[in-house]
Design a protein around this ligand. Structure first.
Ligand SMILES: Cc1cc2nc3c(=O)[nH]c(=O)nc-3n(C[C@H](O)[C@H](O)[C@H](O)COP(=O)(O)OP(=O)(O)OC[C@H]3O[C@@H](n4cnc5c(N)ncnc54)[C@H](O)[C@@H]3O)c2cc1C
Length: 326
């Protein structure tokens, strides 16, 4: 059994690893005593992407590059990754809490017949065991879990683990094993590119502005987008806003949406149902704006503003503009 801690690379689908990989690689480096390796399944890796992974601590990069790895298909990627696991036998396989890796690593664990700790917020070695801390019961409790046998497979919640300080100067050590891509049952029917909002990606953002039913209609999200643009935040939504068709599902925060852990979460017109809190309660600072002083979100908010969001949000936007000189 090799002692390597693998980090499965989440990229932007254009050849560049996402910044959450700095957090996953730092954790793998810490736990393995410098044995972090990146595993990158992609149809195209950019040279600067390889450099970035190396700067973030990957002492080796397993580059599984093949045209048939685009688009992502869970069944195909799992088979390719499982082949490499069988050949190299890493001790741990870590990823990030993203839509793709949530599926991929769960599939891999099932295929290997080992445990999977999803959505971890802490990892520690206890003798020769790895112990993961993960929220249960919609975040009301933290459970510590361990694995009966390796490889230890886990996804890490973005913005929780300390990212690696970039270390320039090392040449990437890239291994390119032969990739056999199996036939998949899934066929690509149509591809629709997401229109970029120009704002940060929700699950990675350090600042998040979020809107709920209190916004009263899709047209009013522009009020939050203006605020988000000034402070460089992503915009999220409650399920009520998503179910009403005001925002696409990828912006939903909560138990059946995205899990986020930004430095600052600003919620407007969101009551604070337990299913919403499940997706954002580990935010470092929570600010809630609601006209109902009894709204449950105030129970977990660090700062609460009882008021009409249609007055408070523009006022905050103006103040931030002044403060930031914009
Ligand atoms: C199985 C299951 C899974 C779920 N998953 C999720 C999930 O992933 N994410 C999620 O968010 N929900 C989820 N829900 C739904 C959840 O229970 C709530 O229904 C939902 O979060 C409510 O959204 P909301 O806070 O926007 O709306 P509401 O609960 O209707 O709250 C609207 C709030 O806006 C305030 N308001 C109204 N007007 C103004 C104004 N002008 N200014 C300021 N405040 C104003 C009101 O006082 C109120 O508190 C799930 C539910 C179930 C059963």
């Amino acid at each position: 059994m090799a002692n390597a801690f693998w980090c499965v690379v989440e990229d932007d689908r254009a050849g560049h690893p996402k910044k959450v990989m700095a957090e996953v690689l730092a954790e793998a480096t810490r736990l393995s005593g410098g044995g972090a390796e990146a595993v990158w399944l992609t149809d195209r890796a950019a040279a600067e992407g390889l450099t970035r992974l190396t700067e973030w601590g990957a002492r080796k990069i397993w580059l599984l590059e093949h045209a048939a790895l685009d688009p992502y298909r869970g069944e195909v990627w799992t088979a390719v990754l499982a082949d490499l696991v069988a050949a190299q036998r890493p001790r741990a396989i870590l990823g990030a809490v993203t839509s793709r890796q949530r599926e991929l690593l769960a599939r891999l664990a099932a295929r290997l017949g080992v445990g999977f700790a999803a959505d971890t917020v802490g990892l520690e070695l206890d003798g020769d065991r790895l112990v993961a801390t993960r929220p249960v019961y919609a975040g009301k409790l933290l459970a510590k879990v361990t694995w009966a046998r390796p490889p230890w497979i886990a996804t890490l919640r973005p913005n929780v683990f300390k990212p690696a300080a970039s270390q320039a100067g090392r040449e990437p050590a890239v291994e390119r094993p032969a990739v056999t891509v199996p036939e998949g049952a899934l066929r690509l029917v149509e591809r629709r590119e997401e229109v970029s909002t120009g704002l940060p990606e929700l699950s990675e953002a350090e600042l998040v502005v979020s809107g709920g039913r209190g916004l009263k209609g899709p047209e009013n999200f522009v009020i939050l987008e203006r605020l988000a643009a000034v402070i460089g935040a992503a915009v999220g939504a409650s399920r009520a806003a998503v179910d009403a068709g005001w925002r696409p599902h990828r912006f939903q925060i909560g138990q059946t949406g995205r899990t986020i852990s930004p430095k600052l979460y600003l919620g407007f017109g969101i009551s604070g149902a337990i299913q919403h809190l499940a997706g954002m309660r580990t935010s470092k600072v929570i600010v809630a704006v609601n006209k109902d002083p009894e709204a449950p979100i105030f129970k977990i908010a660090d700062y609460g503003i009882v008021g009409d969001l249609f007055e408070v949000a523009p006022a905050l936007t103006d103040e931030f503009k002044k403060l930031l000189g914009k």
